[in-house]
Structures are given as structure tokens and as C-alpha cells.
Design a protein. Sequence first.
Length: 222
Amino acid sequence: MTIGVNTRQIILEKLAISQTLSEIEYCQELWLQTHGYNSISFIGLTAQLAFDRNAYFIHSNKNDVRNVIENRLTPEFLLPLRRALITEDMSFITKAFSDLNFTLFPTYGPQQTTGLFLLTSVKNSNLSIEDRHNISQDIHMFSRPLFSQYLTGTHAPIKLTTRESEVLSWVAQGKSNIVIAEILGVSHHTIDNYLRRAYAKIGVNNRTLAAVKAISLGLTVL
């Protein structure tokens, strides 16, 4: 369950030049039309939550869905939710929304921002691991534009070198460090060094999370 290459490219091109939330929403609607979903919502949480309980935003293409989410995000719930997203505690996240018909996908933004996509389906269906992976890759392309719209110009961007970005791209495609080393014609120790530098810049401590965050931040591509 994933969008075709042409449709994905159209969405990516439109997102690249999107200047307003309405333009992002148009791209989201295009994506929704290719899947069995009728709403896509996003919760964005910033690192300032510890000091300001209003340091978050909700974006949804459905006002009624937005209201349901907003009612759930009490001040007492926001910090535990952010902590669960940082530590990838999906058991907490799933339990927190278990009474609502959402399919959940965590994501990450610049400067330790975290987010959660919430999808509602036209028909109930259990997703395979492959389906979840494909949908996760698809909707991550919306996180950076949304963070940019709501948190415009507040932080300097993360910058990876060309080689670091290339290595993370291969990681995202499931290649081991040894295979990546063979592809790039370097030693696997060199690949380890590239990854450690990327971890430090992105703020993670494992290769899978580094690849996911790099894609969601637009620092690398598949």
C-alpha cells in the first residue's frame, strides 16, 4: 500500500514550492485520495514544552477530528506524550489513543521537535508491517513543511555532508554497513564514522532512527 512513483514525485514537487498551509493541505488531500483514508492530522511538539505547555500545534484536514485530538491533549498529557515519542515508546502512544480510530505514525522535526501523524480510515483494516513501512515513508514528507509553517525561522537547520546523507540513504534502503562500504569503495570503519557524525547532528543513537529522522527532515532521500 504505497503511492506510485509519479504521484509521489508530484506531491514532493508541490511541497517543495508550498508557501502556505492550504498548499500543504492540497498535497495531503492528493495523498489521501490514493489511500483508504479520509483524514490526516498532525501533532507537533517542541522542546519548549517543559517550560511552556502551549509549545505545540495541531494540524488536521477535519475540524471534528482536530477537536477530538485537542480535547485529548491536556497539559498533564503533553509531556508524557513527547517523552514517549522521543524514546519510541509506541505502547504508551497506542494506549493513549486506543479508544479512538486512529492509525499512528511518529515523526521528528528540527531542533528536537517531535510529532505524531494520526490517520482515520474509510474502512477498518489491519496493516501489514510492509504497509506500515510504506505509509510511514509516504507521510513523513509532510512533517518538515508543517514544522516549517508553524515554527518558521526559529532555529538553524541541521546540515549533513553529502557523504553522510548518502550513507543514510543506503541505510534507509536496508543496506548493512559492510554492503554500503562496498558500494562506496571505503572501509566499514569509515561508514561507522560517517554514521556517528550523523547521529550527533541529528540527535539519535542508532542507524534506523537516524535514517527515519533524516528522511523526515529532508536531509536525505530514498
